[in-house]
Design a protein around this ligand. Structure first.
Ligand SMILES: [Zn+2]
Length: 169
């Protein structure tokens, strides 16, 4: 039987950030969005690609505010966060055609959270027979080219979304 929550075990790598800065708090400078793999930065939520993905297309969705759990979110933030999870699934379906998804959140180190003080959802597209090809590359510190290709493929779908609420929400 397959361990379907295996994607989460890779998360510790996220915490290996230089200078202790938060992976999900990139600051005001939007000029580095591409190197940070940020697909969407709204007023309440942020969507980025996991640079050490379980599979290509592994996205992370977080509130803009640096909070450790769902209970710290306002209703507006909660709504926006879940809408961006939904939006991410929709975009991945359209662009990558996965056969299923794992969507989840780790709360606390014991549950596998690599970044435990900034809440985030994992959105992991799944295909029949996919494998965790990144496991053996756990020490790799470079972004594989195919992740950048996927980033540029996905980006327009999230740029369109910046046109405002209403449209395809
Ligand atoms: Zn943060």
């Amino acid at each position: 039987m397959k361990v379907i929550w295996a994607p989460w075990r890779m998360e510790y790598i996220l915490s290996d950030q230089k200078g202790g800065e938060c992976f999900f708090c990139p600051g005001e400078d939007r000029g580095e969005d591409e190197t940070r793999l940020i697909l969407y930065f709204g007023s309440l939520s942020v969507v980025l690609m996991n640079r050490f993905p379980y599979v290509n297309g592994h996205l992370l969705v977080a509130p803009v505010r640096h909070v450790p759990g769902l209970e710290f979110l306002s209703p507006d933030e909660m709504l926006d966060l879940l809408m961006m999870v939904s939006r991410s699934i929709k975009v991945l379906k359209e662009v990558m055609g996965p056969e299923g998804f794992n969507v989840g959140v780790n709360l606390g180190k014991v549950a596998g959270a690599g970044v435990e003080d900034h809440l985030h959802f994992h959105v992991v597209p799944r295909w029949n027979g996919d494998t965790n090809y990144m496991t053996v590359l756990g020490e790799v510190r470079v972004i594989p080219e195919h992740i950048m290709v996927t980033y540029r493929e996905l980006l327009p779908y999230f740029q369109d979304f910046k046109l405002g609420p209403g449209g395809d929400r």
